[in-house]
Design a protein around this ligand. Structure first.
Ligand code: HEC
Length: 124
């Protein structure tokens, strides 16, 4: 009888451990990169989107990336080498010293920033 009690206690401990392990797995932060939404050429070439992205650029990006930023603070952007998806990912998730803007700008606004950076009129 005593032995039996011990056994069921052990099973209980194991179950509790397994339970909390499963719980911990669920709550652990998962650094999944954000999904990149569809950005058609029509969207990217729309002057209203480019204008809206430019506004944000001047408010939030220029002081690090712009011509007026002190040298070495952030790399000069080279849009001809980028794909829209890359710019969207950097703007959304950030990268090392580049801050992410996922919680600050809506998906629409981040797409507009991409439209501006990829546009022919882009200038830092
Ligand atoms: C606090 C300064 C800072 C701000 C503000 C900032 N960035 Fe950056 N950004 C960086 C740094 C630093 C890097 C380089 C990260 C690395 O590769 O280590 C970077 C990298 C990038 C890259 C990738 C460049 C490459 O060639 O690899 C893009 C695109 C970019 N930023 C766009 C933007 C846009 C658009 C905004 C505004 C929404 C912005 N950044 C705001 C600092 C900043």
């Amino acid at each position: 009888m005593k032995h039996c009690l011990f056994k069921s206690l052990m099973i209980g401990v194991c179950l509790a451990a397994a339970w909390s392990f499963a719980g911990a797995q669920q709550t652990a932060p998962v650094p999944t990169p954000s999904e990149v939404p569809e950005m058609s050429d029509t969207y990217l070439n729309d002057s209203a989107n480019i204008e809206a992205g430019k506004e944000i650029w001047q408010q939030q990006c220029r002081h690090c990336h712009g011509a007026s930023a002190y040298p070495g603070k952030a790399p000069k952007l080279k849009p001809t080498r980028y794909k829209p998806d890359f710019v969207y990912k950097r703007v959304t998730d950030g990268f090392r010293k580049m801050p992410g803007w996922k919680n600050i700008y809506t998906e629409e606004q981040r797409k507009q920033i991409v439209a501006w950076v990829m546009s022919e009129s882009f200038s830092p």
